[in-house]
Write a new protein. Structure first.
Lengths: 493, 542
C-alpha cells in the first residue's frame, strides 16, 4: 500500500475506534489547519481508512432588521400597542408612525389575526394583546445562532413567515461532517502508527548536508487530485489563423494584406458588381462618414472598369447595360470581403504565376446575434497563371485536406465576380454531416481583363469564425470575442 | 436570396413524368441551388439571384426536363401574332419609357396557380426589377377591358380609379401615393415627376398605375380565363427578360399566348420576343477554362442538358441561348453550364504545376514575436472587435482620438473603429470581474488612424497592449513588464515621464514613438466598472 502522508498519520492518531469526531475537532486535537485536515480526510477516505458522513443542518440567526425588532418590537406590535388605547383608521395611523411601517404592520396584524377592521377602523382582537410565537422566537434568537432542529416544535411553523420578511432572520445551510474510523482504519491503528523518518519534501538543506542518504522517501499517492493550473494562452482564433497561414505558406502562397477602409471602387466596382446591386445597399454595407472619400486608381483602370460595366468593353461580355457613374465609386466603406485586397494585388500587374492569400477582418451591416457579428475574419486565396477549373478543385481538396477535412465535395454556386462558381462542402466527422465551408470560382473576365490580366485567376474564401465554431463546438459566435478568461485558458492548444 | 416552395405534384405534372423526391432534390442541387428542406409534398429551394428564370415551379420543371434528359436542348414556345395594340404616348418617355405586353387566353387558374403567379411577380420585381425601379409587372383579367390600350403620363389629379385592395374607393393618382400602402412604399420611384404613368383601355378604364398598383377592375380570380400582362420599366433589358421569363412560365401550362404590338412614337415593336440569342462557343476555350478534354459533341450534350440548343459549327458550337436566360453575359457563363452539365462531381482533379515560394507578411513576424513575448510573461491573449463607440474608445478613457466613423451604424455599440486597444481590454476585464485575480491579458491587433495622406483616408497600425489587474497592481510591476517586452522585441528607447489622460499623473511614462505605460486612473477604472487597481501598457509594432 502507498505510504502515508504525515497529515494522514496525524489525523489517524487523533481518531478513536467507535467514536465520531468533526473535522474542526480533529484540527484542534492534531494541530493541523482545517484545510490540511480536509485534504487528509479526502485521501484517507479514498483509501477506505475513514468514513465521512455528511449532513446538512440549517442554522438560524437574527438579521439586521431582526436585531432592531427585538429591541423596538415588530411593526405590528408597535401598532397593537397603539390600538390598546383606541381604534384607528389607516390614515390616522399614518400620522402616528412612518407610513411604510403602517403598511407592513397592517398586513401582518390581519395575517396573524391580531386586529380586524370595523367601520373603517382597526380594532385589536383578543389574540392581538398577547405576544405571538414569532416574537418569542426572536427573543430566543437574540442569544445567538440556533440549529433549526433544536428549536421547539411550537416555533417551527413561524420560521418560514419570519424568513419571508426582509433581513429579519437568516437561515443558512451548513454541512456538518462526522468522521469515523473504518474497520480497516481501526486495524491499522491497532498495528501502530508512528511519525517515521521518511522524507516528505526534499529540501535544499538535505542536498547540501547529504541528510537524504540512507533514508527512505515516503511514497505518494500519485492518483490524488491537485490544484488546477491554467496556463496563459494565445487566442484560439490566433491559433487557427496560424495553422491556416502555415498551410498556405507550405503550399507556396505569399501572404498579402490590404486596407480595411476601402473605396466602393475596389470593394464592388472592380469586382463587376453593378452599381444597383442589393449587396451595396446600406442594410448590407457599412459606409463611412469619416473619412468620406477615397482616391480612385489611374484613369486607365477606372475607364476600363466603367466600360466593362456598361457594354462589356473589350471583354466579349455584354456588360450590365447601364452607364457607370464614377461619383459613388470614391465613397468609402468598411470592406465587406478581402477580395478587395486580392483584386488590388492583381491590379499591380505582376507576372504569373501568382499565389497569394490573405486573412483579415471584414464588415457587414448585421445585427449581433448568436449567428452573426458585424465583423468577422475572411480567409482568401488566389492562384493565377496557366490554370483551370480542374486545378481549382485540386487545390481546394489539398487545402481542406490539410485542415483535416478528408471528405470534400463541390456543387454549383453563384458569386457576382466568379464564373464558374462553386460551394465547398466538407464532411465534419464529429457532427456526421456535410457542412458548407466556403465558396470558390474563377474570376470573371469582366473582373480580370480591365486590370490587364489575360490569364485565369482561381479564387476561394472561407469564414474563419464558422470554422472556429465547428472546431470549438460553439453554438454562439459571440463567445469567440467575449474573451472569458477561464474559457480561454482551459481550451486545449 | 429568393426562397421558393415547389409542390412535388405540380413539378411532376409539368415535367410530365413521375420523378421521386430524392432524385428531384439531387438534380436541383447539381443544377445549382440550395435545397433547404424536402418532404414528399414540398421542396423548398433557395435559387441563386442570377437565375430568375428558375424562380417558379414552371421554370424549375423546364430546367429539370433538360437536366434529366427527358427533353434536352432548347425548349421552344410558340406565340400567336399580335391582335392587341398598346400606344406609347410621348408624355411617358422621360418617366418610364419601356413597355412590353402579352395576351394569354384559355387560362385555367386555381388557388395554387394564383398564389404561384403572385410569387413569381414578387420574385421578378426583386431579382430583375430592383424593387420595381427597373421593372414593374401588372397582370390583368382582360375580360373587363377593351383594347387598344394607351400608356401615358397623367397629371396627379387628372385621373382617378379604384386601386387594388380598395374596392369602392376611387382615388386620384396623388392620393394613391399618399394613402395606399403600395403607394407609400413605392412613391419614391415616381414622385420626382410632375406626371405619373398610367395604362388605360380604349374606354378610359385604368388598368394600372405603374409601378405602384393595378386597378381593382382587372383583378385576377380563379375564374379568369383571359389575361393581359404589361411590364413597364426604365431598363429595356430588364423589362425584356422579366417578360420572357413570365411568358415562358405561362407557356409551360400550354395556354394560348399572343404577342402585342407596342407602338412607340418612332417605331412599332412586337412583344414579347422569345427568339433565342445566338452565340458562338469555342470548344478549345471551354476545355482550357475547365481543364477538360471534351469533344464538340460532348460539349453539345452538356449544353443541351442545361437547356441550350447547340449545333457544331467549324471548330466550335453555335449555341442558342433561351430568351429567358438573363444571366448569360459572356462565353464564360456558357462554360459554367457546360461544367454543370458535365457534373462537378465527375471532374478529375489535378494540382497545377506552378512553382512559387511561400512567405508570411513581414509585419506578421513582429506580431508573432510580440505574442510570444506576452505569453512568456504569463499574459492570456484576447481578441476583440475593431468596431466600438465613442463612449468606450474615448469618453471612458478620458481621451479624444479622432476615429473612422460609420455613416450607417446598426447599433449605438458600434459606431466607430477603435484607435487604441486598451479600451477593449478594460471591457474584457469587466466581463471577467468575477474571475480569479490576478488577471493578465493582452491583445495584438490593428487599429485605424485617420490619415488624409493615405489613398483611402485611413491607415492600419499594429498595436500591442497588455493589462494587469489585482489588489496590489502598481507602477513598478508594469514598468518591469514594459521593459521585458521592449527587450524581447529589441526595441530601444529612453523611458521618460508622460502625461496621458488615462493614467494617474506622475505614474505614467513613455518611450517616444513606441508607447506608454502606467497605473490606470481610478476614474478610468470606475468608468469601466472595475474595482481593483490595474496597470497597463500599449505600444505600436513596426
Amino acid at each position: 500500500m502507498t505510504s502515508m502522508h504525515p497529515i494522514e498519520k496525524k489525523i489517524l492518531l487523533v481518531l478513536k475506534e467507535g467514536e465520531t469526531i468533526a473535522p474542526d475537532e480533529i484540527a484542534s486535537a492534531s494541530g493541523l489547519d482545517l484545510s490540511s485536515v480536509m485534504r487528509g480526510l479526502d485521501w484517507l477516505s479514498a483509501k477506505g481508512l475513514v468514513s465521512i458522513s455528511e449532513s446538512v443542518e440549517e442554522y438560524i440567526s437574527l438579521g439586521a432588521e431582526g436585531v432592531e425588532y427585538v429591541e423596538s418590537g415588530l411593526p405590528e406590535r408597535r401598532v397593537a400597542e397603539l390600538l390598546k388605547t383606541s381604534d384607528y383608521s389607516t390614515n390616522e395611523l399614518r400620522e402616528k408612525m412612518a407610513p411604510a411601517l403602517v403598511g407592513i404592520a397592517i398586513g401582518w396584524l390581519r395575517k396573524k389575526e391580531m386586529a380586524d377592521f370595523k367601520d373603517g377602523k382597526l380594532r385589536l382582537t383578543e389574540k392581538g394583546s398577547q405576544p405571538t410565537p414569532d416574537e418569542e422566537l426572536l427573543i430566543i434568537l437574540k442569544k445567538g445562532t440556533v440549529k433549526r432542529s433544536e428549536i421547539d416544535p411550537v416555533f417551527q411553523e413561524w420560521i418560514k413567515p419570519l424568513a419571508s420578511r426582509k433581513n429579519v432572520i437568516k437561515v443558512e445551510e451548513k454541512i456538518s461532517r462526522e468522521i469515523r474510523l473504518t474497520e480497516k482504519g481501526a486495524g491499522l491503528l491497532t498495528n501502530g502508527i508512528t511519525e517515521s523518518d521518511e522524507i516528505g519534501q526534499l529540501t535544499s538543506e538535505m542536498l547540501k548536508n547529504g541528510d537524504w542518504a540512507g533514508r527512505s522517501f515516503r511514497r505518494y499517492d500519485v492518483e490524488s487530485s491537485v490544484a488546477a493550473q491554467l496556463s496563459a494562452k494565445s487566442h484560439p482564433m490566433t491559433r487557427m489563423i496560424e495553422e491556416i497561414a502555415d498551410i498556405f505558406v507550405s503550399m507556396g502562397f505569399e501572404e498579402i494584406s490590404g486596407p480595411i477602409v476601402e473605396s466602393n471602387f475596389w470593394n464592388f466596382d472592380a469586382l463587376f458588381v453593378p452599381q444597383d446591386h442589393p449587396a451595396r445597399e446600406m442594410q448590407d454595407t457599412f459606409y463611412l462618414e469619416k473619412p468620406g472619400k477615397a482616391e480612385l486608381p489611374s484613369s486607365k483602370i477606372v475607364d476600363s472598369v466603367s466600360s466593362v460595366h456598361g457594354d462589356g468593353g473589350e471583354t466579349g461580355s455584354s456588360g450590365w447595360g447601364y452607364k457607370w457613374d464614377p461619383h459613388p465609386a470614391s465613397k468609402t466603406l468598411l470592406r465587406t470581403h478581402t477580395t478587395s485586397t486580392t483584386i488590388r494585388r492583381l491590379a499591380e500587374g505582376r507576372k504569373p504565376p501568382i499565389k497569394v492569400y490573405s486573412i483579415g477582418r471584414v464588415f457587414r451591416n448585421e445585427r449581433i446575434s448568436y449567428k452573426h457579428l458585424p465583423e468577422f475574419h475572411q480567409i482568401e486565396g488566389i492562384v493565377a497563371g496557366d490554370v483551370s477549373f480542374k486545378n481549382l478543385l485540386a487545390i481546394l481538396k489539398e487545402f481542406y485536406g490539410r485542415m483535416g477535412f478528408d471528405k470534400i465535395r463541390f456543387r454549383p454556386a453563384y458569386f457576382p465576380y466568379t464564373e464558374p462558381s462553386l460551394e465547398v462542402e466538407v464532411y465534419f466527422e464529429q457532427k456526421k454531416s456535410w457542412i458548407e465551408l466556403g465558396g470558390a470560382g474563377i474570376f470573371r473576365p469582366e473582373v480580370t481583363e480591365p486590370l490587364g490580366i489575360t490569364y485565369p485567376v482561381l479564387a476561394w474564401g472561407l469564414g474563419l469564425e464558422r470554422l472556429a465554431m465547428l472546431r470549438l463546438d460553439l453554438t454562439d459566435i459571440r463567445a469567440l470575442y467575449r474573451s472569458d478568461i477561464d474559457w480561454l485558458r482551459s481550451l486545449p492548444l | 436570396m429568393p426562397v421558393i416552395e415547389l409542390s412535388v405534384k405540380e413539378l411532376n405534372a409539368l415535367i410530365g413524368e413521375e420523378i421521386g423526391v430524392e432524385r428531384l432534390v439531387s438534380s436541383i442541387t447539381k443544377m445549382g441551388a440550395d435545397v433547404e428542406s424536402a418532404d414528399e409534398k414540398t421542396i423548398t429551394v433557395e435559387f441563386f439571384p442570377d437565375r430568375p428564370d428558375l424562380l417558379s415551379v414552371e421554370g424549375t420543371a423546364r430546367a429539370l426536363r433538360s437536366f434529366l434528359r427527358i427533353t434536352p436542348g432548347l425548349q421552344t414556345y410558340s406565340l400567336n401574332p399580335a391582335t392587341a395594340e398598346v400606344t406609347v404616348d410621348p408624355s411617358i418617355l422621360p418617366i418610364r419609357r419601356y413597355i412590353e405586353c402579352l395576351v394569354v387566353k384559355e387560362v385555367r387558374l386555381n388557388e395554387d396557380l394564383l398564389k404561384g403567379l403572385m410569387e413569381i411577380q414578387e420574385d421578378l420585381h426583386w431579382a430583375l426589377g430592383r424593387d420595381r425601379k427597373k421593372v414593374a409587372i401588372g397582370v390583368h383579367d382582360s375580360a373587363k377591358i377593351t383594347p387598344p390600350y394607351t400608356y401615358r403620363a397623367a397629371a396627379p389629379e387628372e385621373i382617378g380609379f379604384e386601386p387594388l385592395g380598395m374596392p369602392g374607393q376611387e382615388m386620384s393618382l396623388s392620393r394613391i401615393l399618399e394613402k395606399h400602402p403600395k403607394g407609400v412604399e413605392y412613391a419614391g420611384i415616381i414622385s420626382g415627376f410632375d406626371k405619373y404613368p398610367v395604362i388605360l383601355d380604349s374606354k378610359g378604364n385604368v388598368l394600372s398605375m405603374p409601378p405602384i398598383i393595378n386597378g381593382e377592375l382587372t383583378k385576377l380570380t380563379v375564374d379568369t380565363t383571359d389575361i393581359f400582362v404589361e411590364m413597364t420599366g426604365t431598363d429595356a433589358r430588364a423589362v425584356r427578360y422579366a417578360m420572357n421569363i413570365l411568358t415562358a412560365a405561362f407557356a409551360e401550362h400550354k395556354w394560348t399566348l399572343s404577342t402585342v404590338t407596342v407602338k412607340y412614337p418612332d417605331k412599332n415593336v412586337i412583344t414579347p420576343n422569345l427568339k433565342p440569342i445566338e452565340r458562338r462557343l469555342s470548344v478549345d476555350y471551354t476545355n482550357r477554362m475547365l481543364g477538360l478534354n471534351l469533344t464538340p459533341e460532348e460539349v453539345k450534350l452538356c449544353l443541351e442538358k442545361t437547356g441550350y440548343g447547340a449545333v457544331k459549327e467549324g471548330d466550335g458550337l453555335r449555341v442558342s441561348v433561351p430568351a429567358y436566360r438573363s444571366d448569360i453575359l459572356h462565353d464564360i457563363d456558357l462554360v459554367e453550364d457546360v461544367a454543370i452539365g458535365y457534373g462537378y462531381d465527375r471532374f478529375e482533379t489535378e494540382l497545377p504545376a506552378l512553382s512559387t515560394t511561400g512567405r508570411r507578411l513581414p509585419a506578421e513576424s513582429v506580431v508573432r514575436k510580440a505574442r510570444r513575448a506576452m505569453l512568456g510573461l504569463g499574459f492570456t491573449e484576447v481578441m476583440t472587435l475593431m468596431l466600438t463607440n465613442e463612449a468606450v474608445n474615448n469618453e471612458r478613457m478620458c481621451t479624444c482620438d479622432s476615429a473612422v466613423k460609420l455613416q450607417n451604424p446598426i447599433s449605438i455599440e458600434h459606431t466607430i473603429i477603435r484607435t487604441h486597444l486598451l479600451p477593449s481590454l478594460l471591457e474584457v476585464l469587466y466581463i471577467n470581474r468575477h474571475r480569479e485575480l490576478p488577471q493578465r491579458i493582452f491583445e495584438a491587433g490593428d487599429v485605424l488612424k485617420l490619415d488624409p495622406d493615405v489613398e483611402t483616408g485611413a491607415r492600419s497600425v499594429w498595436r500591442l497592449a497588455g493589462v494587469v489587474v489585482h489588489g496590489k497592481a502598481n507602477f513598478s510591476e508594469i514598468k518591469s513588464i514594459f521593459n521585458a517586452v521592449l527587450r524581447d522585441l529589441s526595441i530601444e528607447g529612453k523611458i521618460e515621464s508622460f502625461e496621458h489622460p488615462s493614467f494617474i499623473p506622475g505614474r505614467c511614462a513613455q518611450v517616444v514613438g513606441v508607447g506608454y505605460f502606467g497605473e490606470l486612473h481610478p476614474q478610468v477604472l470606475t468608468n469601466f466598472g472595475l474595482e481593483y487597481p490595474a496597470v497597463a501598457f500599449e505600444i505600436t509594432l513596426k
